[in-house]
Design a protein around this ligand. Sequence first.
Ligand code: SF4
Length: 436
Amino acid sequence: MQNPKVGFISLGCPKALVDSEQILTRVKSEGYLVAGNYQDADLVIVNTCGFIDAAVAESLESIGEALAENGKVIVTGCLGARRETILEQHPQVLAVTGPHDAEAVMQALHRHLPPPHRPFLDLIPPQGVKLTPGHYAYLKISEGCNHRCTFCIIPALRGDLVSRPLPEVMAEAERLAQAGVKELLVVSQDTSAYGVDMHYQNAVWRDQTRRTRFADLAQALGELGLWVRLHYVYPYPHVDQVIPLMAEGKILPYLDIPFQHASARILKLMKRPAAAEDVLNRIQAWRKQCPDLTLRSTFIVGFPGETEQEFEELLSFLREAQLDRVGCFAYSPVAGAAANALPDPAPEAVKQERLARFMHEQEAISAQRMQRRIGKVETVLVDETAAEGAVARGPGDAPDIDGLVFLDGATHLRPGDWARALIEETDEHDAWGRLV
Ligand code: SF4
């Protein structure tokens, strides 16, 4: 008899993707097969996102589709923490579990689709099942968050910060490296807070005692000889300690720091971590130590109560900070977020107008920053090859969110290959180069 088949839908952010990978690894290790479509599956697991209303709607729609096409559905992920919302619309789902709870998903799966008699452990690659291409992987170092930003409901969904022990994170990173991964994308809700919950306790990796904290973890990851990219870092003072690692080429000179705003009053209303730090001076000092540093950030415009003057303050911060890569959202209220109770919500037209002005300002800055790459030779990592050439990324380009380096004619390269490219042309996102 054929082994039972599980279908899987993975929605949401890289942290949810890591949850999906962990669940799929368990599913496969128990001998279930993974089906590529609804019809072949005996049951479907939907890993949902509940971050903003649009994500909730998409998740509910996916659950509905899986129910219509297959009929047997288990729901997990961030929206799973809002059980009633799901059951109200889709009472026929078999089970609902919260985020980061592979154990509960497996228990529900066992109840509704018993596993085959023998586990097929030997079918599982040692690095687990990855949903990203073989040459890069997300490495989740902690779960949850100790902050209470007023626009965010993640702590309510995922709880307070729980860091993974350093040897466990490093063992996963080594397995990924052995499996051919070339680039590790370090993710969490608050990467620079790593280890706070464990009181930075001592841990041993490669016969050396290290502390369970951000700088030690970055140092250890830097010893693997891979590209290591840090995401969701807040500008706490100890972030300064990783800049020398970047300058020495141990980890990528790249920091993804969601600043969200520049006005002290708005940051306070947002209850942002490290809001009081003198960001502009810090950026200057970092760039002095590591001139190749790429800074990525995200911002929210039209937050409740944001005045024209505070928005202008944000624009002048942009001009001063000269960030390389920037994303911006018009504030959108998330059900259950504390910010919804703040006075003076900005009218939609004002939010959209500020968003357009913000993007216009930043596009010019990004284009200028990109031009600094022209004439330089960069090590690039190939993502894809097409008929016309290869598509790669440089040290300043994170997958999916940043730009690409197009290498016309380099059709002999394969995904995961390293190459050296002379950058010849850029726009505000992407670069064009030739092999050297
Ligand atoms: S730092 Fe703020 S925005 Fe990020 S997960 Fe925590 S509460 Fe949410």
